[in-house]
Design a protein around this ligand. Structure first.
Ligand code: ADP
Ligand code: MG
Length: 717
């Protein structure tokens, strides 16, 4: 029997030869506490010793790696006070000067006698051959090594453990572990061409040829994704099994009436999503579905169809939005869509009454809440649109049938659960045992790349609106540097558009600190613009600190065309729908994230004509520059989401707390999408045959070690 990962996790690092208390502490700084941590501390890259160059053969201007020993080292400060470390290195063929500026710590690293690989460009300077600030990998006594491919480990100056010390400890750990027990069935490994686990751990640390570490990495990545997918799929199935939902009827009169009154035809994607949601609603299990679609893809109509499916069977619906402005906006547009629609009602003479939608936010007064509660209890209200107040408020929904949550990324899983518990089934305390639960549809306007969605929402079913409704107009996006001339050009375009009867937005910078500070800055900016660049135009102001009545009045005036330019904070990020607006200026655009910029830009190009988005920016980092460039290059939200992932990495995009992400040591998305898909398939297969993983104890242990106690119930029951 080979070793399991859990066994290795139980062996403290001090059991290895030469791990003194001092080294134990330093390894701890690298996150290495046990033997499993050590062998999962993977090489950052590899040096192929057959690809090294001899110093004697180098030509000026050429980039190369040389392996050499430090023969002489001096350290001093230049007259300008810059740290200067000068070394002379020798590789058996010739000498080379290697010089470091502003890296004083090289003096400790490159003491005489140290062997290292230097990667850099050969220069000719004052009659000498030299490299300046090359990349350095200290190798230790490479002469003793047999392999031609040398692993280079991630190091940190602070922890001060060299790559050759790590090599030595890993080698001992692998030698002592000998064989690894492989929890992935041999048949699966053969089918997918996966290396076995023993070869994988050996191949990643001690490859003999390049192909070894690629193959090893592929297998180890597969394991990382398999654990996550087993956890997610098991969670989803447990959820589905335990919960009792409502079987809604699809044949009522309300939905067809709603669709018949729409001034447009549904897109193919909308029809498809409506069909998928319909099947969920009709089934006796609670729906748990994600509706994903770019800004303007028409999610509202789909969501409203779901809500009305509940309403026509006598249930109530709730729509939860992340901000007041958005809730108000949804309330308004839904009221518009519902105008003229009726539901049957025994209480009225005609046997029917208008469909009734109400708004509930933190600003709803006590009296308003009492009235709403009474109306809900009496079954007189069909749909309530609101913010968090919907879940945290005492207002109860005696007949909640369908709940829609907009902008999922701002709500947590707990809030989803709380909203679910608002329905009749949740009355007992929200554990889902008391009775049927409402169906939940989660909407997001931040498209999530397929793989990422699979990782994060692996427990949700998914519908996508990829196709845009007709009538979107093209948007030209320009990044405007801080030059008065170029900025004037942008404002000139804005004024031209206003003169042609169009409208515009100016989005104020994000201000560190409170919403209050931001509101103040926006107010001042509006005044300044009115006095300067926008003089003579009708300028309006919108920010999060305004009273709701004032906000609504401003939005109404903007919609009616009484305001030419709306100066606003990011409160307009989502939901604001004024097709006549064709220009947007975003100030300090480099402070915004990519998805936020994309959301903002979605306020223009909504059918009022050719549109422009000017991103005023002075990017200080390559990342900010890449973000702005991506915006200028594309208006496709799905593509931008992929770019965002590439630029920032999954951990940044989805937050540290997303279980599993920080545990990905080799896997990266979107790069490894095919591996994720493979792992997903295998996870489903394994759980189909063995739902409790009773015959796959080792996998169950690994998933538990990854995701923590909260999954214990999945496999221990
Ligand atoms: P999202 O919420 O996905 O950003 P909305 O639901 O607000 O998008 O829809 C954007 C605009 O497109 C709205 O004005 C809506 O009425 C309109 N719309 C929705 N579906 C269609 C369609 N099939 N054809 C034409 N216009 C549509
Ligand atoms: Mg919307």
């Amino acid at each position: 029997m080979g070793k399991t990962l859990r066994e290795l996790k139980e062996i403290p690092i001090t059991r290895l030869t030469g791990v003194t208390p001092r080294l134990e502490e330093r390894l701890g700084m690298l996150g290495i506490k046990n033997v499993l941590d050590l062998i999962e501390h993977y090489p950052r890259r590899y040096l192929d010793r057959t690809k090294k160059s001899d110093i004697a053969d180098l030509r000026v201007g050429e980039e190369a790696t040389v392996y050499a020993e430090v023969r002489k080292m001096t350290s001093r400060r230049t007259r300008q006070g810059r740290a200067l470390v000068e070394t002379i290195v020798y590789d058996g063929t010739s000498y080379l000067y290697v010089t470091f500026f502003n890296q004083p710590w090289r003096a400790q690293q490159l003491t005489t006698g140290t062997e290292a690989a230097f990667f850099g460009k050969l220069e000719h300077y004052r009659g000498k051959h030299q490299m300046t600030n090359p990349a350095v990998d200290v190798l230790g006594r490479i002469g003793e090594k047999t392999g031609v491919i040398v692993p280079i480990y991630p190091q940190s100056g602070k922890a001060d453990v060299s790559t050759w010390q790590l090599q030595k400890f890993v080698a001992e750990a692998l030698r002592r572990a000998r064989d690894f027990d492989d929890p992935v069935p041999a048949e699966v490994r053969a089918r997918l061409g996966l290396a076995d686990r023993t070869r994988a751990y050996n191949g990643i640390h001690e490859p003999e040829v390049e192909a070894d570490h690629f193959r090893a990495a592929h297998r180890l990545k597969f394991d990382e994704f398999l654990r996550m997918q087993l956890g997610l799929v098991a969670r989803k199935r447990a959820f589905e099994e335990r919960r009792v939902g409502l079987a809604h009827r699809l044949d009522g009169p309300l939905v067809p009436a709603f669709h018949a009154r729409l001034p447009f035809a549904l897109t193919g994607d909308q029809q498809q999503a409506i069909a998928e949601i319909g099947a969920d609603l009709a089934a006796p299990r609670p729906m748990h579905r994600l509706l994903q679609g770019d800004v303007g893809s028409g999610k509202t109509v789909v969501a409203l169809t779901a809500l009305l499916t509940g309403v026509q069977g006598g249930y109530q619906g709730a729509l939860m939005a992340p901000t007041e402005v958005l809730a108000e906006q949804h309330h308004l547009s839904i009221s518009g869509f519902l105008d003229g629609l009726t539901v049957s009602s025994e209480a009225t003479l005609m046997g029917e009454r208008p469909v009734r939608v109400e708004l509930l936010t933190n600003r709803t007064g006590a009296a308003g809440r009492r009235k709403l509660s009474a109306a809900l209890a009496a079954g007189e209200v069909d749909i309530v649109v609101g913010t968090h107040a919907l879940i945290y408020d005492s207002v109860a929904f005696p007949a909640l049938g369908v709940a829609v949550i907009d902008e999922q990324h701002r709500f947590g899983v707990e809030q989803r659960a709380l909203l679910r518990a608002k329905g009749p089934g949740g009355a007992g305390g929200g554990d889902g045992s008391a009775g049927p639960e409402p169906d939940v549809l989660v909407m997001t306007a931040t498209p999530i790349p397929r793989t990422a969605a699979m990782l994060i929402y692996g427990d949700l079913d998914k519908s996508e609106l990829r196709e845009m409704p007709p009538g979107r107009t093209p948007i030209t996006t320009e990044v405007i540097p801080p030059s008065p001339l170029e900025r004037a050009g942008a404002y000139r375009r804005l004024r031209e558009q206003v003169a042609a009867g169009r409208q515009a937005y100016v989005v104020c910078p994000l201000v560190e600190g409170s919403e209050k500070v931001e509101a103040k800055a926006a107010t001042e900016e509006a005044e300044r613009l009115e006095a300067e660049e926008l003089t003579g135009l009708k300028v309006g102001l919108l920010h999060g600190q305004m009273a709701p009545a004032d906000k609504e009045a401003t939005m109404a005036r903007f919609r009616e065309g009484l305001i030419d330019v709306l100066v606003a904070t990011t409160v307009i990020e989502v939901g604001v729908d004024v097709p006549n607006a064709t220009v947007m200026v975003v100030e300090d655009a480099d402070r915004f994230g990519l998805s936020q910029l994309h959301q903002l830009r979605g306020r223009v190009g909504r059918g009022g004509g050719e549109s422009w988005c000017f991103l005023f920016a002075d990017p200080q980092t390559p990342e900010a520059e890449a973000r702005l460039q991506a915006m200028a290059d594309s208006t496709d939200g799905f593509l931008l989401a992929e770019r965002d992932l590439e630029i920032r990495g999954a951990g940044e995009v989805f937050g540290e707390r997303q279980a599993g992400f920080t545990d990905l040591k080799l896997g990266r998305i979107p790069r490894d999408e095919p591996v994720v898909i493979e792992a997903r398939r295998v996870a489903e297969e394994i759980l189909d045959a063995d739902p409790g993983l009773a015959a796959h104890r080792q996998l169950a242990d690994e998933v538990e070690d990854l995701l923590g106690d909260d999954v214990e119930f999945l496999f221990k029951s």
